[in-house]
Design a binder for this molecule. Structure first.
Ligand SMILES: [Zn+2]
Length: 289
């Protein structure tokens, strides 16, 4: 059942992005307010009900991953304040992939915090231009994001610091050429766990785009490299840009009776497997060149 739910979500959620240039059918639901909560140790969920945003804190500065929709920025800021943290203490903002539903709020969150934004080279180009790039599989079907001011380019495998927080970036392209996942460790009462924020790996595209056609998508090996990362990385708690893709709400609901309900060392491998199946199904449907 769980696997099926996961697959349904992977298939259904991103398709809405195909709606030509808004109105975004799912945006209102995605932007439903969500009470912020501690995921584990110094890691908090500060996003909306439908879109993740994660704050990793330290006494000397915080890192924020993802900014959801443009209209989510104020909700995220309010959630951070409600937890007792200051927006100005966010020193670094990271992004899974530069689509309007995960990067749309970053320009405003940067304005509020003064934080540096560090992203992959492809994502930096999107943020510098405030445009959907022609090699984005969803080019022509989605709205661009607002330009982002101070953007630094990060390297695959680079460990980033803000105050005492350390997060490592892993390039996991596929859904976009610039997709990035993140790993870090958080501790509670001396028990330290590996947390993974895994970028979307769904092959969603504009109608005429083919993942199997080199001209459209010269990065054929990307997906498999990204699946391999998910299969091999130490992963105790998985978080995904769409919380449903990692069953966050179902797991959270169990936490009252089962304190470790968010912990599942198989979650990254299950996501890799479901995503690989989804890609193979998509490739099988594409016309032979
Ligand atoms: Zn996307």
């Amino acid at each position: 059942m769980r696997g099926r739910n996961l697959l349904v979500l992977l298939l259904v959620v991103p398709l809405s992005a195909q709606n030509k240039h808004s109105p975004c059918a799912n945006c209102a639901a995605w932007n439903e307010p969500q009470q912020p909560f501690r995921i584990y140790g110094n890691t908090y969920f500060v996003g909306t009900h439908g879109l993740s945003s994660v704050l990793i804190t330290s006494a000397t500065g915080h890192i924020l991953i993802d900014g959801a929709l443009p209209e989510s920025a104020n909700l995220i800021a309010a959630n951070i304040r409600a937890l007792g943290f200051r927006i100005k203490d966010i020193k670094l903002i990271l992004n899974s992939h530069a689509h309007f539903d995960h990067a749309g709020g970053i320009a405003e969150l940067q304005r509020l915090s003064g934080a540096l934004v560090a992203v992959s080279p492809w994502t930096a180009e999107v943020m510098n231009k405030g445009a959907v790039l022609p090699d984005d599989p969803q080019f022509g079907t989605i709205d661009p994001i607002a330009k982002v001011a101070r953007v630094q380019i990060l390297k695959d495998g680079e460990t980033l610091h803000a105050g005492a927080v350390e997060v490592t970036a892993h390039f996991t392209p596929g859904h976009t050429p610039g997709g990035t996942s993140f790993s870090w460790r958080s501790c509670e009462n001396g028990r330290c766990l590996n947390l993974i924020y895994a970028d979307s790996l769904s092959p969603v595209s504009a109608g005429s785009f083919l993942f199997s056609r080199r001209k459209d998508y010269p990065h054929n090996e990307d997906f498999e490299r990204s699946f391999a990362f998910l299969e091999s990385t130490p992963c105790d708690i998985l978080i995904t840009p769409h919380p449903g893709a990692s069953e966050l709400w179902e797991r959270l609901a169990q936490r009252n009776s089962k304190p470790d309900a968010l912990i599942d060392p198989t979650a990254c491998r299950v996501l890799a497997e479901a995503s690989r199946k989804q890609l193979h199904e998509r490739l099988a449907k594409e016309p032979v060149k």
